[in-house]
Design a binder for this molecule. Sequence first.
Ligand SMILES: Cc1cc2nc3c(=O)[nH]c(=O)nc-3n(C[C@H](O)[C@H](O)[C@H](O)COP(=O)(O)OP(=O)(O)OC[C@H]3O[C@@H](n4cnc5c(N)ncnc54)[C@H](O)[C@@H]3O)c2cc1C
Length: 411
Amino acid sequence: MSAVEADGITPVFTATRAEALRRLDAFLPRAGRAYADGRNADAGPDAERSVSALSPYLRYRLLVEREVIAAALDLHGPHGADKFVSEVLWRTYFKGWLELRPAAWSRFLAERDAGRDAMARSGGLARAVAAAEEGRTGIEGFDDWARELVAYGYLHNHARMWFASIWIFTLRLPWALGADFFLRHLVDADPASNTLSWRWVAGLQTPGKTYLATADNIARYTSGRFSPRGLAAEAPSLTEEPLPGPRALPGPEPVPAGRALLLMHPEDFGPESFAPEGTVVAGALAATGGSAHWPWGPAARRFVDAAAEDAAERARARFGCDAAVLDGMDAEGVVAAARAAGARMVLAPHAPVGPVADALAALAGPLRDAGLPLVRQRRPWDEKLWPLATKGFFPFRQHSPAVLAEEGVRL
Ligand SMILES: Cc1cc2nc3c(=O)[nH]c(=O)nc-3n(C[C@H](O)[C@H](O)[C@H](O)COP(=O)(O)OP(=O)(O)OC[C@H]3O[C@@H](n4cnc5c(N)ncnc54)[C@H](O)[C@@H]3O)c2cc1C
């Protein structure tokens, strides 16, 4: 167990690709039957995990979905690895789903702000939210997960589901404030997986279908550690105006030939597998996100800052060019690095809906004014799989094998 840092967080994830690969190797033997049978069990933060705990590495793309799925298939075959492969594909699916419906993200932000305003007006709501976040509700398990989240920046998937369900249906707190609490503390804080999972528990994502946490289920999957009393007996679905239908994704941006500055960012710290065609990477920057640090809290920020250092070093090794960390995403810093590298454009992996995409969008104008087009490129994995996320996960999963085969991954 790592030591507690001054800010009260116990860092459990070392933000390097070497560590990601070490963890992947160590987990792989358990990615087959053992994962399928044991993944719902949450034995607590100090016990051996039944799951991979790879999410921070996948979320910031120190590992990519493709390589993790391919490694599990190599070892366990399509049948044995099926459950693990499906879970990793949930990440791809959620990213695609939100990319096709960005209104779900803006609606979350608006609801979170409305929730904060309501807290400012109502001392009762503010006190109830504070008690929930500080683990002072008296609800067994829930209070422990609140403290575990703040201390470690990670919760098991089942604990996330129980927590969100109790927040919404037992404590009757606004769902968007709970989703915000997660974003401020999770190391793997992710606009797509977090927002859409909270919406799913609340009955917004699959209208009318909610997730009800029960004491029996919690006791069973926590090996009897928790058996909370007084949980809501039913979970009436929240409702909303239907979201606009899925948009068509814009086609790939043409990449002009020539020297480029590669701009990595927290949505993609994977220079070894980002393959720009027709360009020479003449320099690289790994941006920490700057104001786009928001909505991440200190645990995620610490991870992102260290991951940026590691990404710069890997870019240097792969492209044989200068590579530096840029604290923030300010145009001046990017223009200066591009000029120093003799680059004619800035090439960035595409950032899906969220604060990093917003920061990149804000950069495009100033770069254009400096004569440097900003070219954002989706990886082939995203390019091919995201457009399939028009409906539920199961049709997406059904259609994915053909696309995965094109990516050299056979299910
Ligand atoms: C309310 C709620 C909020 C969540 N918020 C986030 C979040 O902010 N960031 C985040 O990365 N995940 C989030 N998840 C999804 C999931 O809980 C985590 O990805 C998972 O627990 C990470 O642990 P792991 O790596 O050990 O997962 P494993 O079980 O080992 O799964 C392997 C990988 O598959 C993917 N995966 C597994 N389950 C899911 C899932 N339900 N949805 C999407 N991808 C999945 C992840 O990349 C994960 O690393 C949330 C789930 C819920 C219910």
